[in-house]
Unconditional design. Structure first.
Length: 230
């Protein structure tokens, strides 16, 4: 059991399992956010259901643990890889055959994703679930913590948040295109047939996640530009 936490394969397996969990959450969160595009009432009903209820709080803690485990093991693996490669990495060319740009910059992409997550927590979690946990009826914007649609509209009426979120989503796309298929590679699906299939699936999943989240950002941004015409 200790090998799971100390060996390279064990650490990669933990990264893969935590990564798979986070991908599933992204797909759930993406589906939930799409509801806001079509119906503010439906989205707010979801927000109320997933407020400060005990099951939502447990889910939040599990999600936070998943993010922490994934990030901590990413740091451990990155430092160990750098130590193992030593000075060799300085002699590597910028265009290694068969090595994608995303795979060579996963840690940097991961940092951007984490920074984007912190921004997202500030914009939404701190003004919704945290407000409910504190027993308050309004957030700092004077909105109900369950009025998620109004909060989305306010946030993405600010052009700088639109730019920051699109950068975050682009980094997430690159991170997913490599991380998703390498997850399958870790568990042994790494022959030529499965490698091409998992890479294709990774591109599809990453693109769907990017486009759907970006759709929410842009729809609410353009609605803020023409609230009556759109």
């Amino acid at each position: 059991m200790s090998n799971l936490f100390t060996s390279s394969i064990g650490r990669k397996l933990i990264m893969s399992v935590s990564g798979a969990f986070l991908v599933l959450f992204l797909l759930f969160h993406m589906s939930m956010n799409l509801a806001a595009v079509f119906s503010a009432d439906a989205y707010n009903a979801i927000c109320e259901f997933l407020g400060a209820n005990w099951y939502a709080l447990i889910g939040t803690l599990v999600l936070a643990a998943g993010v922490a485990v994934h990030f901590i093991y990413a740091i451990i693996l990155t430092l160990r890889n750098r130590k193992a490669r030593g000075v060799i990495r300085y002699a590597e060319t910028a265009h290694e055959q068969g090595v994608s740009w995303a795979s060579k910059n996963m840690f940097v992409l991961g940092l951007i994703v984490v920074l984007g997550l912190l921004l997202h927590l500030f914009n939404f979690w701190s003004k919704m679930q945290l407000v409910e946990i504190l027993g308050q009826h309004e957030n700092s914007l004077g909105l109900s913590p369950t009025d998620g649609a109004a909060l989305i509209q306010y946030t993405f009426s600010q052009w700088y948040y639109v730019v920051l979120y699109l950068i975050w989503l682009a980094a997430l796309w690159f991170h997913l295109t490599h991380g998703f298929w390498s997850m399958f590679q870790t568990v042994g699906w790494n022959n030529q047939i499965w490698l091409s299939r998992t890479k294709c699936l990774a591109n599809i999943v990453a693109t769907v996640v990017f486009l759907c989240f970006a759709l929410v950002v842009l729809v609410f941004f353009f609605r803020s530009l023409c609230p009556y015409a759109c």
